[in-house]
Each structure stands twice: as structure tokens, then as C-alpha cells.
Design a protein around this ligand. Structure first.
Ligand code: TZP
Ligand code: MG
Length: 385
């Protein structure tokens, strides 16, 4: 039995001292359970670590706008999210949800419907269980309070990036409910513009590290040379890096590696297995993106349920040689036609992005342009938004 250190093998946020008697906790193997648990020898019992329960409310007004609050406290100060917060001991989730709504926005409401339980990871609380509800009979005067800097209704087309994955998924669930007339959008739609979509080519780990440091919201591990065993190792390392920076992690081509590394999603090509098949073996909220090379393919990919589409190559590129560039005109049609996020790709560099911005592109995938000075380039591109 070893005394747990503050920087223990179980992570920085695990309990170190017993909350009953204050004595140091140990890591003890519990034979009956076949696993180790934190244990207090003075109290002679296991001390459990559990997810912290929180609730959140999806509030849609008569104009079909969505209520968001700007955070005043860590984590993610200054970012927008749904109203909500932690449960108090004596509350039901429904009561906690309505209390948090009142405290943060000044509004009263009634619970309409449960719309999902999502497990969230947290740098401060390790693991949070977020319980989501839609509400009805909204009343009162909108006024930011408690731990919020601002409370505002947003048109669904102009939602700013939402800080927490759990909130994005709950919002997605809520908007997909039949009685809601708002057009459902994928999780990525609520992530706001992605800006720099970094794709690795060589030096995968270094590029991932620098991309995350520069604030990349999304990173794709694309490895055309390593064997699968090494790919899995790399993917596991990249998962750790991206997780620490709250960067979405997508694996190119290989669903098995994406799943084993607990990536957020996979990027498929036109010749890979269809999205419907991929959905059967991936978790509910797994992101599936797909490369498309024409307007027709883009429309079809959306119909098949892609969470985002790659559209390109926009310009000729040595990274994908045997493809005829689709050009700006087709890309413009794609952006106008499909509702899921469109990621432009192929021959992009910081100089030609303004041209793409003019036709409404907000997500820029690049391979070569991120191979050097990754951190600076990511910052430069994300500043465009
Ligand atoms: N899919 C369409 S173009 C492309 C891929 C993977 C390569 C883009 O590479 P680069 O170096 O950014 O032009
Ligand atoms: Mg591929």
C-alpha cells in the first residue's frame, strides 16, 4: 500500500485526505471488486470518488432564440454556455435546474422535458454528470446574476462558441426534439466557427502540441506512413494533449484507432465505410466528418448524417495529387447549400483565406501550412474570425 502523493498516479484532483478524519488516504486493492480504491485505514472504509451532478436548462423564447450566459468564474471565464450549475444536497435535479436558471438569468420557468445526461470531463472537478432540461412558461426580467457576466438570447444562426461539450450535446438533443421548430444542428454547429483545422502529416506529436498551444479548436491525426500499432500509440498521446487543451480530436481513416484512443471523432473518405455503418459502432455523440469533392457529394454526405463535411481540394495541392480542384465557385455553392459545418481544404494558406472568408467559409483545414510555426499560424488564422 502506498500513500497517495498530491501528484498521484490517479490524477491531480483525486482526494488525498479523508473528509471524515483528515488522515491520508491510501490506494487499496479491494479483492471482492477486483480493483483499487481510495481507502481510509482510520475509518476502515473506502472513500468513493463520484461525478459531480450538475444541471443545465435549454431556454428558447417565442422568437426561437436560445438563452446563453457568459461565464464569470473558472473554468472558461468569458466563454458562453447554457445556464446551469451544480446541485445542492437537498434538491432534485429539476429544482436545481430552475434555481440555477433564476440565479443566473433572473428568469423563472417550469420544467418541460428531460433532454439528456451527459458525462463531462472537468479540469477542476474531474468528472461532471450534466442533466439537461428544456423549460416552458418562461417569465420574469432577464438580468445576469450569480456567476455570470451577461445573459442574452441568441438567434440560433448566430450562436457564439459554447464552452462545454456537455452543453453542446444537450442543446443538440433539445433542438432535435419534435416540438421544437428550430433547425437541428450538429454539435460542431454549436462549437462556433472552428477557424484553424489542423491536420498532422509528420512530427504528429509536436504539431499537435503546438497546435493546441496556439488555441486550435480541432486537430486531425492523419498518418499515411506509420503502421497501425504506432498509430495507436501516437493517437493515445495526442488524445492526452488535446484533452488538456479542450481541443477536439479527430482521427483520419481509422475508426478502430479513433475509438481506442477515445478521440472525439473520425474523418472518413468517399471510399471508406458509409456513415450509417460507422454510426453503428461508434458512441452516440461521436463526430463523423467526411471528405467531399463536389456539391453533389456534399449534399449526399449531409443527408447521410455527416457532422461536418470537408470540401475540396479547393486549389491544386501536392498533398492530394490526383484530384481536380473544385474551385471557389463550387465551394461557395456548398457553403450556401448544406447546413452542417463546411471545412475548406486543399491548397489553403494564410494568404488565400480572406478570399474564402468572403464566401462564408469559417473552417480552414490545412496540412502543409501547419508543418512549421504551427502555434503562430493557428493564432493568426483564428484571429481572422
Ligand atoms: N483532402 C483534400 S485536399 C487534402 C486533403 C487531405 C490535402 C490538403 O493539403 P494541403 O497541404 O493543406 O494543401
Ligand atoms: Mg482518408
Amino acid at each position: 500500500m502506498d500513500f497517495l502523493k498530491i501528484q498521484g498516479t490517479k490524477g491531480n484532483n483525486m482526494k488525498v485526505f479523508c473528509h471524515n478524519c483528515g488522515n491520508p488516504l491510501m490506494d487499496k486493492f479491494i479483492v471482492d471488486e477486483g480493483r483499487s480504491r481510495l481507502f481510509c485505514t482510520v475509518c476502515a472504509r473506502s472513500i468513493y470518488e463520484n461525478p459531480v451532478p450538475a444541471t443545465t436548462a435549454v431556454v428558447v423564447n417565442e422568437q426561437e432564440e436560445i438563452l446563453l450566459v457568459k461565464r464569470k468564474v473558472e473554468p472558461q471565464v468569458g466563454a458562453w454556455c447554457l445556464p446551469g450549475g451544480f446541485l445542492e444536497l437537498e434538491e432534485t435535479p429539476e429544482q436545481g435546474c430552475l434555481r440555477e436558471l433564476k440565479e443566473e438569468t433572473g428568469l423563472d420557468a417550469d420544467i418541460n422535458q428531460w433532454v439528456g445526461n451527459i458525462m463531462g470531463k472537468s479540469s477542476l472537478y474531474q468528472s461532471i454528470l450534466v442533466i439537461g432540461y428544456t423549460v416552458k412558461n418562461i417569465r420574469g426580467q432577464l438580468k445576469a446574476g450569480d456567476d455570470c457576466l451577461e445573459a442574452r438570447f441568441f438567434n440560433p444562426g448566430q450562436i457564439p462558441p459554447i464552452a462545454f461539450r456537455s452543453h453542446r450535446l444537450i442543446l443538440k438533443n433539445a433542438l432535435e426534439e419534435k416540438e421544437c421548430k428550430l433547425k437541428p444542428r450538429g454539435e460542431l454547429g454549436f462549437f462556433g466557427a472552428l477557424g484553424a483545422y489542423v491536420i498532422t502529416d509528420n512530427n504528429h506529436i509536436e504539431i499537435a502540441q503546438n497546435a493546441c498551444k496556439g488555441g486550435a479548436k480541432i486537430l486531425q491525426y492523419r498518418d499515411k506512413s506509420a503502421d497501425r500499432k504506432d498509430m495507436l500509440k501516437n493517437a493515445l498521446t495526442i488524445r492526452k494533449i488535446t484533452e488538456a487543451y479542450n481541443t477536439l480530436f479527430i482521427v483520419n481513416d481509422y475508426i478502430d484507432i479513433a475509438l481506442l484512443a477515445k478521440a472525439d471523432g473520425v474523418h472518413l473518405g468517399q471510399d471508406d465505410i458509409p456513415i450509417s455503418a460507422a454510426r453503428k459502432i461508434t458512441p452516440l455523440h461521436f463526430i463523423i466528418g467526411i471528405s467531399t469533392h463536389s456539391l453533389q457529394q456534399a449534399v449526399e454526405a449531409e443527408k447521410q448524417g455527416a457532422d461536418y463535411i470537408g470540401s475540396g481540394p479547393v486549389f491544386a495541392t501536392p498533398t492530394k495529387k490526383n484530384y481536380i480542384p473544385i474551385g471557389i465557385e463550387t465551394l461557395k455553392q456548398v457553403v450556401k447549400t448544406v447546413d452542417v459545418p463546411v471545412v475548406a481544404i486543399g491548397g489553403l494558406n494564410p494568404e488565400n483565406l480572406p478570399e474564402l472568408q468572403k464566401i462564408g467559409v469559417r473552417n480552414f483545414a490545412m496540412v502543409r501550412a501547419f508543418q512549421k510555426n504551427t502555434e503562430e499560424i493557428v493564432r493568426e488564422i483564428n484571429k481572422l474570425l
